[in-house]
Design a protein around this ligand. Structure first.
Ligand SMILES: [Zn+2]
Length: 320
C-alpha cells in the first residue's frame, strides 16, 4: 500500500468514527430528555418534593431501558439518604440515581459521568410563573448524562467502568455528591465528567465549551488532544472570579483527589435566566447541547477506553 492509500484509509476511518458519534447522538433524544425534565409537571425538582420524585422515576426508567446495572451493593438505581437542610432545618430524604456500565477489561477503574437533577422548586407565593424549571440548570446536564449512557451502552467498547449519576440536592450545597463521595474508595475513580448548564452558546462561539479547574489536572489537555480535527474546541473556564470549580458536584470528588471537572457552555456572567423562573427549555439551543454531548463523547474516549489517565487533583483547603 502506498502512502497516499494509507493516508486515505486513515482519513476515511477518522471520518467514519466522527460520523458514528454524530449519528448516534441525536437532537431528538436530547430534546425529549430536556423537555421532560424541565416540564412544569416536575415543579422545579426541589429535593424532597413530589416534583423531583417524578424526575427520579424518569431517570430510573431511562437507565433501565438503556440497560445499565446498579451500583455496588445497591439493589436499585437509588442511593437514598436523609440530611438536614442547613437553611430551613428540615430533614429531607432524597436519592442520587446511579447506573453502571461495566468496563470490558478494567472493571475496577471507574469514570463518573454526572449532572444534578434537583433544582430550586417553586416560589411560595406570587403571581404568574412560580416554577423554577431549571432547564439549563441542570436538566441540560441530565439530558446529556442519559444521552451519553445510551451512546456508550450501544457502542459497547468501554474498557473502564462508567458510573452515570444524577445527583440530588446540589442546589442545597452539593449534598448528593458529598454523600456519594463518603462511600467510595477514591483511588478507583480515574476521572469525573460533570455536566452543567450546557444549553447556551459561550462567548467563544459555536462548537466550543469551557471546563472548570482546567489547570488542576491534565484532564482538559487530554480532551483538547482528542478533539483535535473535530472543529470543536474546549477552553479553560473564563470566569475564575465565580469560583465555579467549587460550586458544582465535581468538587465533592475533586476534594478526594479525583480529576473531576465540569463542562459548561453558558455565559454565566450575563445569563438573564440563571436561578430565575425563566430558565425554561425554550430558551435553550438544542444544537449547542447536542454538539457539546458529541464533543464530550469524543473528548473523553481515550480516558474511557483506558489509554489516558488524567493526573490527580491536589487541593489545599484554607483552614477555617
Ligand atoms: Zn447547576
Amino acid at each position: 500500500m502506498n502512502l497516499r492509500k494509507i493516508t486515505l484509509l486513515v482519513l476515511t476511518s477518522l471520518m467514519i468514527s466522527s460520523v458514528a458519534v454524530s449519528q448516534k447522538i441525536k437532537e431528538k433524544t436530547v430534546k425529549k430528555h430536556l423537555y421532560t425534565l424541565a416540564s412544569d409537571e416536575m415543579q422545579g425538582r426541589r429535593a424532597g418534593t413530589e416534583g423531583i420524585e417524578k424526575a427520579a422515576q424518569y431517570i430510573e426508567g431511562e437507565f433501565k431501558r438503556i440497560g445499565l446495572k446498579t451500583y455496588g451493593d445497591l439493589d436499585s438505581y437509588r442511593q437514598t439518604f436523609t440530611f438536614k437542610n442547613r437553611r430551613s432545618g428540615e430533614d429531607i430524604t432524597s436519592s442520587n440515581i446511579i447506573g453502571v456500565l461495566e468496563g470490558k477489561s478494567r472493571k475496577d477503574e471507574m469514570v463518573i459521568v454526572s449532572a444534578h437533577y434537583d433544582h430550586l422548586g417553586m416560589k411560595k407565593e406570587g403571581e404568574g410563573d412560580l416554577i423554577f424549571n431549571g432547564a439549563n440548570d441542570d436538566a441540560s446536564g441530565v439530558a446529556a448524562v442519559l444521552t451519553l449512557a445510551e451512546y456508550f451502552k450501544k457502542k459497547g467498547k468501554n474498557e473502564r467502568t462508567i458510573v452515570f449519576i444524577a445527583f440530588t440536592a446540589e442546589e442545597m450545597g452539593l449534598i448528593g455528591s458529598t454523600h456519594f463521595g463518603k462511600g467510595i474508595d477514591a483511588s478507583k475513580f480515574v476521572a469525573g465528567i460533570n455536566l452543567e448548564m450546557m444549553g447556551k452558546e459561550p462567548a467563544t462561539g459555536p462548537k466550543t465549551a469551557w471546563l472548570t479547574g482546567f489547570d488542576r489536572s491534565d484532564f482538559g489537555k487530554i480532551i483538547q488532544k482528542n478533539l483535535e480535527g473535530t472543529g470543536y474546541k474546549l477552553y479553560p473556564d473564563p470566569y475564575p472570579q465565580f469560583n465555579l470549580f467549587f460550586r458544582s458536584d465535581n468538587a465533592s470528588l475533586a476534594r478526594l483527589g479525583v480529576p473531576s471537572h465540569t463542562f459548561s457552555t453558558t455565559q454565566i456572567d450575563k445569563d438573564p435566566d440563571y436561578h430565575k423562573v425563566t430558565d425554561e427549555a425554550e430558551t435553550l439551543d438544542i444544537v449547542v447541547i447536542t454538539e457539546t454531548i458529541k464533543a464530550v463523547a469524543k473528548g473523553t474516549e481515550s480516558i474511557i477506553n483506558g489509554k489516558d489517565t488524567p493526573t490527580r487533583v491536589v487541593i489545599e483547603e484554607k483552614k477555617k
